[in-house]
Write a protein of this length. Structure first.
Length: 505
């Protein structure tokens, strides 16, 4: 049966109905074991809060057996990306007020649309009964253009190669130069979503099928749904938090916030759940001070109160194999703690820095394997395949003296951590020719094995923000450069996300 798309165009005006399509014109598209009679009512498309979101409204006559709604956005012609596919369970739609169980009125939020062009969209409704039934129809939704400045106009060093075996198609850019955090682009460098909370912030995560963002200059954690609705989750000022900084990373049960407090600058982490409840707290000043005292050293020579940025925590990750919290201290090292007790397990860092002068800390230092360089000023720690991956910026310390080595290039690196031999061995790095120096910020994350996304936030240095994708064969799948704004503000960090099979229950 051929696919017929019906055009719905809308303008960047206040939300209102654009087009009503009779169901009879749609039944030619898809009807699988459908019972006789009308199941889907009239269809209309309403504006969303941004050009990338629209609301498809209809109604179902079989209210009792309606169980799900799904949308599929096909990629633009010639794109190697996969369609965006999202399935809403009836329970989700009812809870969000998108399905009325008395009248059968149904609203389907469609997000991830291209701006300024017709979008081919397929809607499929599911019904239960003696036999599961599907009712579907196609739409062409034309959205208004969107001017995202540099985000809409990157320099294409290399467009996505059609033959690359890339495992991901969508990227979350954590930006603070514009109040549209987060920005979602696809691997063609097309903008597919922008934040609606009115915030520019670098600390952001996709968690529990929503975006969590720390309030810029405040102490409130916000949650933005894919449909653009933002709600406050929690405020942490009552426990001494004075602000958010850097990342929000996945923890063991929840997400880990990097916070400043009245006592400490950039050395406290909170793990919170989806509702914002604090599950546990790590105070690196207390943890490291206790270890230094136990080892016979004076922590006042290394650990300092606020506003001194002695630690500069910029990322965390959970290592499940040994129940560790791994923390990146840009000023000093990568440090691993027992997730529950907080006791130090090991340290990996430049031995020419100040921390190595203390025997109490040196005792935790991993030895370096053959052909292994220590990370310097690193960011974006993670543990794909139980191995330590990070972006090695190569810039020495700003606060601690001596500051250690400074290199003239940056490199994503991966280490094998062998606790039996207490050794870290470098097993992978990426060194393009010519090399790239990005002395601050930046990130690297691995999706499927050997599918990497690299963000050179201050490439050049201080000239551009560069996004490079590597596929499993080592090919450069794409290479895009953006205007560097507000220091690290364009995309201080970038990570892969998956919108090709989202299920909202």
């Amino acid at each position: 049966m051929s696919l017929t798309f019906h055009v719905v165009s809308d303008k960047k005006a206040a939300m209102k109905t654009r087009l009503i399509i009779a169901v009879a014109a749609l039944l030619s598209f898809l009807s699988i074991t459908a019972e006789a009679g009308q199941i889907v009512g009239k269809i209309q498309v309403l504006d969303g809060p941004t050009p990338f979101i629209r609301f498809v409204q209809t109604s179902v006559s079989d209210v009792t057996n309606f169980k799900s709604a799904q949308f599929l956005i096909f990629p633009k012609t010639g794109s190697a990306t996969r369609p965006i596919k999202v399935r809403y369970a009836r329970s989700y739609l009812e809870a969000r007020g998108y399905f009325n169980p008395q009248t059968g009125e149904l609203t389907i939020p469609v997000f991830g649309l291209y701006a300024g062009r017709p979008n081919r969209v397929k809607i499929t409704l599911g019904f239960s009964g003696r036999f599961d039934r599907l009712q579907g129809f196609g739409l062409a939704i034309t959205t208004p253009p969107y001017d995202g400045g540099t985000y809409s106009n990157p320099t294409i060093i290399q467009s996505r190669l059609p033959g690359t075996t890339l495992s991901y198609d969508f990227i979350l850019l954590k930006n603070y130069s514009d109040p549209i955090t987060p920005i979602i682009i696809d691997t063609d460098a097309e903008i597919r979503w922008i934040g609606t909370a009115g915030l520019g912030a670098q600390n952001c995560i996709l968690f529990d099928n929503a975006f969590y963002v720390g309030e810029l200059g405040g102490t409130s954690l916000l949650r933005t749904e894919f449909d653009g609705v933002t709600t406050p989750v929690a405020d942490y000022s009552a426990i001494g938090v004075t602000g958010f900084h850097h990342n929000i990373d996945p923890g063991r049960e929840g997400m880990i916030l990097d916070v400043d407090t009245v006592d400490q600058t950039e050395s406290v982490n909170l793990e919170v759940d989806a509702a914002g409840n604090v599950l546990r707290t790590w105070k690196l000043a207390d943890i490291i001070s206790a270890a230094m005292i136990a080892g016979g050293d004076d922590p006042s020579l290394f650990v300092f109160p606020a506003p001194n940025d002695w630690f500069h925590n910029n990322a965390c990750t959970y290592r499940s194999s040994d129940n560790s919290l791994i923390v990146s201290s840009r000023e000093n090292f990568v440090i691993a703690l027992d997730y529950d007790s907080g006791n130090i397990k090991w340290i990996l860092g430049d031995p020419t820095k100040h921390w190595f002068e203390f025997p109490s800390l040196r005792a935790f230092s991993l030895t370096l394997g053959p052909n292994t360089l220590p990370p310097i000023g690193q960011h974006a720690v993670s543990v794909p395949g139980d191995q330590l991956l990070l972006f090695d910026d190569g810039a020495g310390s700003n606060f601690q003296e001596p500051p250690g080595e400074t290199r003239d290039y940056s490199a994503p690196r991966k280490y094998q951590i062998d606790l039996a031999s207490f050794q870290a061995t470098e097993i992978w790095n990426y060194l393009p020719d010519p090399s790239v120096y990005s002395p601050f910020c930046s990130s690297v994350y691995e999706d499927a094995p050997d599918n990497f996304l690299i963000d050179y936030t201050l490439g050049g240095p201080f000239i551009y923000t560069g996004l490079v994708g590597l596929d499993s064969l080592g090919n450069v799948a794409f290479n895009y450069q953006y205007e560097e704004q507000d220091f690290c503000g364009t995309a201080w960090n970038a990570i892969q996300i998956h919108w090709e099979d989202v299920k909202l229950e």
